[in-house]
Ligand binder design. Structure first.
Ligand code: AHG
Ligand code: MN
Ligand code: MN
Ligand code: MN
Length: 336
């Protein structure tokens, strides 16, 4: 099929607007703002080595991580794009201590969405030219329109998400997202700045042979995780499992969703809640995984049912092909 015959992301957004009764076009405008911001971040990522935006800025974010220049730049780019279209009343970001209220002009006081974002996922990969990503999660506010946005607008269970997705700045740049009716992937043609529908209705293979985990932490893993890794390595039968872990959740997730696999960031003796953040990493990836027929839990219960208590809270994360997550959960339950 010629490229010109492929549907563009813009056409897809408009077509899918009909999925929502009484749609006002606000969500379409919101997703379009993410599309635009992703192109700007993509441009910066692609020239990181020559644009003096590698390395860290010299301070730490609320997570206690050294903020990379591209963390901050991506954060600024997405916040600017989301603030200017008056459909978002608040933003929470990995790189901002507190949530940000978006003051809208009087005629846009009905901005009903909040966005939670990991502006640059896999920051440790920036300086070494390995794939990075952006993750976003969209909810309707729970407080009344026209009133100040509050923390409870952000502390919502994952099951309330209206939309979620990621951008992977990899060998090609893609947007993959869901609005609750399946998962679709769009590949950027950088020569004309257009995203084309390249991966329609993505389905997580029910099982697979890839497991993604930082085995450097093995000694600190819960026994159930150690038992599951042993299972992968010894019960493989005719086809051994493959370990693939590149330090960027978005990239590991994306590969596993296309080929079958499981990504695990468990609790450790050092970090009892693991590392990944519930609101802007685990919930959006869980929404995508489930929409594609996969599964996502904290090793015991569904991630999207967890009642959030803090903006930057961490949870253990088991996500991928349904049969693999179920098997890992069996080992976790047995080891309790
Ligand atoms: P971020 O760069 O947004 O802080 O996220 C990094 C996350 C995730 O993308 C990745 O899989 C994981 O941290 C890697 O952690 P370790 O280096 O501890 O394995
Ligand atoms: Mn970080
Ligand atoms: Mn991240
Ligand atoms: Mn990040």
């Amino acid at each position: 099929m010629s490229q010109q015959a492929l549907q563009t992301l813009g056409e897809f957004i408009i077509e899918k607007q009909d999925d929502f009764k009484y749609s006002t076009g606000e969500l379409s405008r919101l997703i379009s703002s993410i599309r635009i911001a992703s192109k700007v971040v993509n441009r910066e990522v692609n020239k990181a080595g020559i644009a003096d935006i590698i390395g860290n800025v010299g301070n730490q974010n609320i997570q206690g991580e050294d903020q990379q220049k591209l963390d901050v730049l991506a954060n600024d780019i997405f916040i600017a794009a989301l603030s200017q279209r008056e459909v978002v009343c608040g933003i929470a970001s990995e790189e901002s201590d507190d949530f940000i209220e978006i003051k809208c002009t009087e005629n846009a006081h009905l901005s009903k969405y909040v966005v939670l974002i990991d502006p640059l996922d896999g920051s440790s990969n920036i300086d070494v030219n390995v794939s990075v990503g952006t993750i976003f999660s969209i909810y309707r506010r729970v407080t009344n329109p026209g009133t100040p946005v509050e923390l409870r607008d952000f502390l919502q269970k994952g099951v309330n998400q209206v939309a979620a997705g990621y951008i992977v700045y990899g060998s090609s740049t893609m947007i993959v997202y869901t609005t609750g009716n399946g998962v679709n992937g769009f590949t950027l043609d950088p020569s004309i700045g257009t995203y084309y529908l390249s991966h329609k209705n993505i389905k997580f293979p029910t099982s697979g042979k890839i497991y993604s985990i930082n085995e450097g932490n093995y000694a600190k893993f819960p026994q159930g995780v150690k038992d599951y890794i042993k299972y992968c390595q010894e019960e493989a039968g005719d086809r051994p499992y493959t370990s693939r872990y590149i330090g960027s959740l978005v990239s590991d997730f994306h590969r596993n969703m296309l080929k079958g696999g499981i990504y695990i960031y468990p609790s450790t003796s050092q970090s009892p809640n693991g590392k990944l953040r519930l609101l802007y990493e685990c919930n959006p990836m869980a929404f995508l995984a489930e929409q594609a027929g996969g599964k996502c839990s904290d090793g015991f219960k569904r991630i999207m049912e967890i009642e959030p208590t803090e903006l930057h809270q961490r949870v253990p994360f088991f996500c991928g092909s349904a049969a693999m997550v179920t098997k890992a959960e069996e080992f976790m339950t047995k080891a309790v």
